[in-house]
Design a protein around this ligand. Structure first.
Ligand SMILES: Cc1ncc(COP(=O)(O)O)c(C=O)c1O
Length: 392
């Protein structure tokens, strides 16, 4: 502990790691690295001969990027996709040596850092190409070119590709070694996907005609990896599937959810009919009701939209969230959970076994209740929640 001198007093500064110390509170996210490795194997077998680039942006979808990436590297993953240069630098600092693709491009002035760390940038406008040309020095810069085939966010629009390729010819240090696009609706609209793939084929032909040595073509996110063999090309880019999140349940693969968010009951009270629970008194007891309080709320990333409509597992049974989710605490109606006691484990996402009972709440189910998607549930889990990595 370091003493910190304030203007009038000496404070004792506790390193912030204690905030996320699993010994301090019963709320934690357990990440099963064996499940991640298992999911990688399934995706590899499905996609071969295409390689798998593991998308681990946003702290590996909330799973804690460094342990996840180190394990995937051990499993021989072909590379990693991150959204931001900073995310790539974090992986390099942690000792990851596999190729790292910066999917959303490099902005700001990180270009030299990106090259020195051996990250591979995605480019989609000339300003980026110029910046890398300046940062290159004597280096040869390998980039992946992103085409906008209908997502409408990032990428060179098809109609501007000829002039973009002409301009690229004036930047001899930058070499387009990869070509990519991103699909808007791979889990929901096959026609839209086909349309995007047609545009991509046209872009690919133009890029090859312009003489770029494109070695790696990649398009498929999780949904396309699972559902569209024609989108797999040389490499697939799944993120969600690695963590066991499936766009549609009928995909039928044995993907294993990798994250289990758990806490414990810290208080219990019995309400008479007519008594209320929580902010704004949105829950009123209609019968003699037992309420359990758990130390986790929207400050931990539990979606506030679950107020009054979510469920958690206690003793292998589903207990509804009673009233509002607040910042640090949530209340459950455990009237129908016989024997519920302080210290009982509560599972927010994941599976629970209790005696002969076994129950599961998947991230996708939580998401549906809150009107969002599974990725939102997982990436929302805040840094206040310790990640405990289990397995291999
Ligand atoms: C460019 C790109 N590729 C791949 C992915 C992975 O998507 P998913 O997690 O659905 O597999 C993402 C994530 O949104 C992305 O932005």
């Amino acid at each position: 502990m370091q003493p910190v001198r304030g203007p009038e007093q000496t404070l004792t500064f506790r390193p912030r790691i204690l905030l996320a110390d699993e010994s301090m509170r019963p709320t934690r996210a357990e990440i099963d690295l064996d499940a991640v490795a298992h999911n990688l194997r399934i995706l590899r077998a499905l996609s071969a001969p295409a390689r798998v680039l593991a998308v681990v942006k946003a702290d590996a979808y909330g799973h804690g990027v460094v342990p996840v990436a180190l394990r995937l590297e051990q499993e021989g993953v072909s590379g990693f996709g991150v959204a931001l240069a900073e995310e790539g630098l974090e992986l390099r600092e942690a000792g990851v040596r596999a190729p790292i693709l910066v999917l959303n491009g490099v902005y700001g002035d990180a270009h030299v850092d990106v090259l020195e760390a051996g990250l591979t940038p995605v480019v989609y406008d000339l300003a980026q190409v110029e910046a890398f040309e300046r940062a290159a020095g004597e280096r040869r810069v390998q980039v992946h070119l992103k085409i906008d085939t209908g997502m409408g966010r990032l990428g060179v629009p098809l109609r501007r590709l000829p002039s973009f390729l002409d301009a690229m010819a004036r930047h001899p240090r930058c070499h387009v070694v990869g070509l990519m696009t991103h699909l808007s609706s791979a889990d929901s609209d096959d026609d839209a996907t086909s349309e995007q793939l047609e545009r991509f084929a046209e872009a690919r032909a133009q890029v090859l005609r312009a003489g770029h040595p494109v070695a790696t073509v990649h398009v498929a996110n999780t949904a396309a990896t699972l559902r569209r063999p024609d989108a797999r090309f040389d490499m697939v880019r799944p993120g969600g599937a690695l963590f066991g999140v499936q766009p549609t349940p009928e995909d039928g693969l044995e993907l294993r959810p990798a994250l289990r968010l758990r806490t414990e009951v810290i208080a219990l009270r019995d309400l008479e009919p007519g008594e209320f629970v929580g902010y704004d008194r949105t829950f009123v007891a209609r019968r003699p009701t037992r309420i359990a309080t758990v130390p986790l709320g929207y400050g931990d990333g539990l979606l506030r939209g679950l107020s009054g409509c979510g469920e958690m597992l206690v003793r292998g049974l589903r207990a509804p969230i009673a009233g509002r989710v607040s910042m640090d605490l949530t209340t459950l109606d455990v009237t129908d959970v016989p024997g519920c006691a302080c210290g009982d484990e509560v599972v927010v996402v994941g599976s629970q076994r209790f005696e002969e009972r076994h129950a599961t709440i998947r991230a996708e189910e939580v998401a549906a209740r809150a009107g969002t998607i599974g990725y939102d549930v997982l990436t929302s889990i805040s840094r206040r929640v310790p990640r405990v990595h289990l397995g291999g």
